[in-house]
Design a protein. Structure first.
Length: 380
């Protein structure tokens, strides 16, 4: 049975080794400080056989001792050379799913003491007895710490975890994806395929466009425009939500839910302005004017780096115009939110313009009081 002992660091020597430069041990020392030493070093007669970098990390942390396994049998130079070689060339990284399983246990070990400490310091909400606040780890920081502990970046760990969780919840759909990830080690590719499959499933869940509450005099729409070019596959909109082709958007049976006299508010990005005009025509509306959303943060673009989005206003028949007191500035300044999310203030503007007319939001993500909604992200 192997026995692990705490050995005083000052009693351990490093003999002649071929790898003389241990490299940057900052991250290793940080991991040991936060999580502990996962693998003890191996020594013989007070001499390091394997684990020099771990030893130096402990020295850097000012630790007086280090967990070690004492062995014998390395009586000549050849076995020592083989041990040094194997320590540095024969390791095999964890399969991504195994790394996730270890990471989840580390997360639990990190969170449980933190939760107990929060409870101990404050029976209230995040404050000690004297009212002082105490530090907590953000989810991003925990993710990065755990990823580092299992040999991944925090973001890669998060992606691998998403694939593993999907395989647990729906093994018939995603087990092959997890197995491929483990076989190839390509976490990014597996995650992209996962998101594409999930997005496709979301798209197929769109309910028919009809409502017994109609016809509607006010329509508000943020179509899931499909873009032909992205700067990288990982940033593709298809990885975020299901998109639709121009024909699919144009062919929606808007006439079945729309009143004869109606107003439409339609979001369009600058590259999709021409397509947006075709949508207005296909839906039976005539363009009237637009507002500009200043996102207050610059984005990407091939000519201008985009900082704005357009809210087109179009009419069908003869809908009423808003009262002059309800006509706001055509420039809406509010910070950009998460991907594709539109500012809350736009709902308030439309509600002030048309307080009594029946309203329908197309491609909605959630329900709003006194609105009807159609979309595949709405929780029933």
């Amino acid at each position: 049975m192997t026995t692990i002992k705490e050995i005083p660091i000052d009693d351990i020597e490093v003999g002649e080794r071929y790898r003389r430069d241990v490299g940057d041990i900052t991250d290793l020392a940080r991991s040991i400080d936060e999580i502990g030493l996962l693998h003890p070093i191996v020594i013989q007669d007070g001499m390091v056989i394997v684990g020099e970098r771990r030893l130096e990390a402990h020295r850097a942390l000012g630790r007086p001792t280090i967990p070690a396994v004492e062995v014998d049998g390395f009586s000549d130079r050849l076995p020592l050379l083989k041990a040094e070689r194997d320590e540095n060339t024969c390791r095999q990284n964890f399969a991504p799913s195994t790394a996730v399983e270890i990471g989840e246990e580390i997360e639990r070990l990190i969170e449980e003491p933190a939760a107990k400490e929060r409870q101990r310091q404050s029976p209230g909400r995040g404050k000690g007895k004297g009212g002082e606040t105490f530090p907590t780890f953000s989810s991003g920081r925990v993710r990065d710490r755990v990823g580092q502990a299992v040999g991944m970046s925090g973001r890669t760990y998060e992606k691998a975890k998403a694939v593993v969780e999907a395989a647990r919840e729906a093994p018939e759909k995603f087990s092959d994806l997890k197995d491929e990830m483990d076989r190839t080690g390509r976490v990014d590719k597996a995650y992209r395929r996962l998101r594409q499959q999930q997005v496709q499933a979301e798209r197929q869940s769109v309910p028919p466009l009809h409502s017994e509450d109609g016809p509607f005099s006010v329509l508000y729409a943020d179509p899931p425009w499909r873009y032909q070019h992205t700067e990288s596959e990982s940033r593709a909109i298809e990885n975020q939500y299901p998109t639709m082709s121009l024909d699919e958007i144009c062919n929606l049976p808007i006439h079945e839910v729309c009143a004869d006299d109606a107003i439409l508010f339609l979001w369009a990005t600058s590259p999709k302005l021409e397509e947006a005009m075709k949508v207005l025509e296909a839906w039976g509306f005539i363009y009237r004017t637009c507002a500009v959303w200043d996102k207050e943060k610059i984005g990407m673009g091939y000519y201008f780096r985009q900082q704005h989005e357009l809210l087109l206003v179009a009419a069908k028949g003869h809908p009423p115009t808003p009262d002059p007191s309800d006509r706001v500035s055509s420039v809406i300044r509010t910070p950009r939110l998460k991907h594709s999310q539109k500012p809350e203030v736009v709902y308030e503007i439309i509600e002030a313009m048309y307080p009594h007319l029946p309203k329908l939001e197309l491609f909605a993500r959630s329900l709003r009081n006194q609105w009807s909604a159609w979309g595949n992200e709405i929780s029933n």
